[in-house]
Design a protein around this ligand. Structure first.
Ligand SMILES: CC(C)(COP(=O)(O)OP(=O)(O)OC[C@H]1O[C@@H](n2cnc3c(N)ncnc32)[C@H](O)[C@@H]1OP(=O)(O)O)[C@@H](O)C(=O)NCCC(=O)NCCS
Length: 205
């Protein structure tokens, strides 16, 4: 049943929060973050992993316009991922494709090359997805991950996403067709494990 009173007082996508973890802080991304984020757009491997087709050098002016306008979006949440030990912006985490009628949205994350494998992506995922369920009142958050990206898939599974289907040959990358796996997490699952399904599964009976 929909709790209308709670819904009325709840923050929406236009409210841009700062979310603090142990290793990362997530805060609204701005145009000032573009220099730190540019390596994400320039890295061939990051482009492959995110399936970003482009023709050569990324258009910096377009990228700046994109980040100048993130704060005013009322249907998505774009947060910069800041590493707490260094203060460096190391990527972005995004809730997008909000579907209010179905209380659902999408999720994407990308870190800057050189910062992978230190637990930052896992923590950022838990923080923003937790915000989606606990503050925005979402019921479902979903994503797509390519079959050639087991690291990202592992991160999503660690945070509680469940594989629910395969989009066959969804990506054509350098002559090869690659499947995309659809993953989602639902509110009752989130509130059972709060982004730590493995701990919940091994807890006391
Ligand atoms: C995907 C991404 C956000 C993950 O963030 P991260 O900080 O690198 O990931 P973490 O360090 O938190 O966790 C990585 C996990 O993957 C595991 N892993 C690494 N390589 C792996 C592989 N080839 N196969 C399976 N698991 C792998 C690690 O062991 C770790 O799991 P563990 O904690 O159980 O040991 C980041 O790597 C990234 O931005 N990559 C480039 C862009 C991208 O792929 N975006 C996602 C598109 S869907």
């Amino acid at each position: 049943m929909v709790d209308h009173a709670r819904r009325a007082t709840r923050p929406g996508f236009l409210d841009k929060p700062t979310l603090r973890g142990e290793r990362v802080l997530l805060r609204p991304v701005t145009v000032d973050d573009v220099p730190a984020l540019l390596p994400m757009f320039r890295d061939a491997e990051a482009s492959r992993l995110t399936g970003s087709h482009g023709d050569g050098e990324p258009d910096e002016a377009r990228i700046r316009t994109w980040y100048e306008t993130r704060g005013a979006q009322d249907d998505r949440l774009d947060l910069a991922v800041v590493e707490l030990t260094t203060g460096n912006v190391v990527g972005e985490a995004v809730l997008n494709a909000w579907d209010p009628g179905n209380e659902s949205c999408g999720f994407r994350i990308c870190l800057v090359p050189g910062t992978y494998g230190h637990g930052l992506g896992t923590e950022a995922t838990r923080l923003i997805v937790g915000h989606g369920f606990e503050q925005l009142g979402l019921h479902r958050v979903s994503l797509e991950v390519y079959a050639f990206n087991p690291r990202a898939r592992r991160v999503y599974e660690k945070a509680g996403f469940v594989a629910e289907g395969v989009l066959r040959d969804a990506l054509l990358w350098e002559g090869e067709r690659v499947d995309a796996v659809v993953m989602s997490i639902l509110a009752p699952e989130w509130f059972r494990h709060r982004g730590r399904p493995e701990a919940a599964d091994h807890g006391p009976a």
